[in-house]
Design a protein. Structure first.
Length: 156
């Protein structure tokens, strides 16, 4: 009986760890050569994302610069429940985001601009080797036109 309880506990502990895993966590550097920016926006020159576990969700900090010199410096903290939270900072087209985790290697994100036309859905996937993070976004830009983009990041 004692052995069965220990085995059950071990299986439950491993399941909890697996379900709570988020392989998007870490430091990621934008790969300009592999990425495809949305038309009509200044391409990203450099960008570093730091994603860390925080309060049952994630805290993301983004710092970088666009080709036109515009700084990217924003942060948000969100749970994986899809509820929208406010971004603070500058350099991106949206100021609200809500995230959901499909599995340890996949998250989806709904992005919008309060009082604006911008609205997009982003899907982020971590490669099998864990070294590449790819975010594919589709939606309506601030100008009201449809767009799509692909952002590729390398794990640091």
């Amino acid at each position: 009986m004692n052995r069965v309880l220990r085995m059950t506990f071990a299986v439950l502990a491993m399941a909890a760890i697996a379900l709570g895993a988020d392989n998007t966590l870490g430091t990621w550097k934008y790969n300009t050569a592999k990425s495809k920016p949305a038309p009509g926006t200044s391409p990203i020159k450099n960008l570093t994302l730091v994603r860390e576990a925080a309060g049952g969700g994630v805290k993301q900090t983004a710092k970088g610069e666009r080709a036109d010199g515009t700084k990217i410096d924003d942060t948000y903290s969100a749970k994986y429940d899809g509820q929208e939270v406010m971004l603070s900072g500058t350099g991106v087209a949206w100021d609200m985001t809500g995230i959901k985790q499909a599995d340890a290697n996949t998250i989806t994100e709904e992005r919008s601009k309060m009082g604006g036309k911008y609205k997009s859905t982003a899907r982020t996937v971590i490669s099998a080797d864990g070294k590449t993070m790819t975010t594919t976004s589709k939606g309506t830009g601030a100008d009201g036109k449809a767009f799509s983009s692909v952002a590729v990041f390398d794990k640091q």
